[in-house]
Design a protein around this ligand. Sequence first.
Ligand SMILES: NC(=O)c1ccc[n+]([C@@H]2O[C@H](COP(=O)([O-])OP(=O)(O)OC[C@H]3O[C@@H](n4cnc5c(N)ncnc54)[C@H](OP(=O)(O)O)[C@@H]3O)[C@@H](O)[C@H]2O)c1
Length: 315
Amino acid sequence: MRSNHVRLNCGITMPLIGLGTYSFPNDRKATELAVHNALEMGYRHFDTAKIYGSEPALGKALNEAICEGEIEREGIFLTSKLWGSDHHDPVSALKQTLENLGMEYLDMYLVHWPVKLKPWVNYPVPNEDDFEKLDLETTWAGMEKCLEMGLCRCIGVSNFSSKKIECLLDYASTPPAVNQVEMHPMWRQGRLRKTCGDQKIHVSAYSPLGGPGNAWGSTAVVHHSIIRSIAFKHKATPAQVALKWGLSKGSSVIVKSFDQERMKENMGSFDLRLDNEDILEIEKLEEMKIMRGEFHVNETTSPYRTIEELWDDEI
Ligand SMILES: NC(=O)c1ccc[n+]([C@@H]2O[C@H](COP(=O)([O-])OP(=O)(O)OC[C@H]3O[C@@H](n4cnc5c(N)ncnc54)[C@H](OP(=O)(O)O)[C@@H]3O)[C@@H](O)[C@H]2O)c1
């Protein structure tokens, strides 16, 4: 039987398709409705972050479904993320996240970005003087503490380059289980997937469609003529091709849709079978990083003076 889960290095399993919950504007009711619909369609993996503001709505919808006996807490996989302003104290930050969600534990807690911000920076785009000296060793010790306290079942990172992963492994007592990064047919992360694969760290793909419809996103992936022609050949959609490509590389895909038809369509990517020649065609596409993270770069207070420094030249 085809498995729609991956076993992580921490021993737990994670559903390969996750529902993203970042939306702008952050509409509580729309998020709750989308989560209820997603549960009905079989989504069991949900991705949020303190900075998205979606934790309360996601938690409310999940708790309603649990109370009504539709699902059990153990049947869902819940991820949230440590924002830069909380690197000082991951345990308190995770307790706050759990309160927002109305949950007793998370399945996965990720360091959102390799960036430390002043404690009051509760907005997504930091100002030039909002940065503090990065000390990932101390941050990671705080993440490990969260694990020891049973506040989460697994810990991981997000937006980490190969070099940052390798540095982290030098001092980590518990290695990250996941690195959640931008990944789609036009940003394939070949080098990072190799580094993570060698270290048994699962690569989870965010913006697997390239974020069409997001202010910072792009329609380049879903409108690409090659992606469209592969979709046409299989009587599938471009989104399904993009998602199935990510799955074919062994990654999980965190895709956001709050539209019932598109949510169903995205789940349908499991049933698509891509040919080897399709995969080879996709390997030839021009690469284009969409989430470049410019807002974490400046010449004064950020640890990264250039985009290349932020991504350690993996850009
Ligand atoms: N770790 C990080 O730093 C990070 C960064 C970015 C994102 N994420 C996570 O990853 C999730 C997904 O990323 P994302 O939202 O940036 O990008 P995405 O999932 O690639 O794209 C989402 C956009 O595509 C539209 N869409 C969804 N399904 C579609 C389909 N079948 N056909 C055409 N359009 C479709 C959605 O609109 P509708 O809702 O109208 O369908 C939405 O505007 C986020 O919600 C968040 O949970 C994490």
